[in-house]
Design a protein around this ligand. Sequence first.
Ligand SMILES: CC(C)(COP(=O)(O)OP(=O)(O)OC[C@H]1O[C@@H](n2cnc3c(N)ncnc32)[C@H](O)[C@@H]1OP(=O)(O)O)[C@@H](O)C(=O)NCCC(=O)NCCS
Length: 145
Amino acid sequence: MNVVIAAATGADLPIVLNLLQRCKLPQAGLEKHLATTLVAREGIRIVGSAALELYGRAALLRSVAVEPSSRGLGLGEQLTNAALDLARSRGVRAIYLLTDSASVFFLRFGFHRVLRTDVDPAVQGSVEFTDACPQSALAMRADLA
Ligand SMILES: CC(C)(COP(=O)(O)OP(=O)(O)OC[C@H]1O[C@@H](n2cnc3c(N)ncnc32)[C@H](O)[C@@H]1OP(=O)(O)O)[C@@H](O)C(=O)NCCC(=O)NCCS
């Protein structure tokens, strides 16, 4: 499989939103963060995504998704590492996420569980925290060097 991780374009947005819908992940607000959205391209196909919402020195990692038929090949790990590199390059020191089912997956990137009340206030104000993710979703944080 020849997959390239690259910045998303405006034309990619509906395809990524469709992927998120099929993966049962929130779509709300992604359009505002297209400049910091990454996609995994296999030829002309988009097979994965990962996005950052930047809030100064803090950020929210969201929309980490891989096409079901392309899972288990390392793409989720590549997308997450690329998003963390992007966050570091933007001066982010603390990165957060919410997840229902993939908390174990994110442990390998240095994320650990935190209370929602301990999340950076700007990130707590994001649509994922206020509206889009269920209250049952776990909050996690990683500190970036
Ligand atoms: C989570 C997800 C992105 C992983 O994508 P993937 O391409 O299959 O992951 P990778 O192939 O890079 O897996 C890397 C490792 O993580 C493990 N892993 C994958 N998904 C996992 C999960 N949900 N929980 C725990 N471990 C997981 C793999 O077994 C693999 O382990 P190994 O290196 O020991 O073999 C994908 O399952 C997905 O799109 N899930 C639905 C959306 C979602 O829940 N996203 C996270 C919230 S934003």
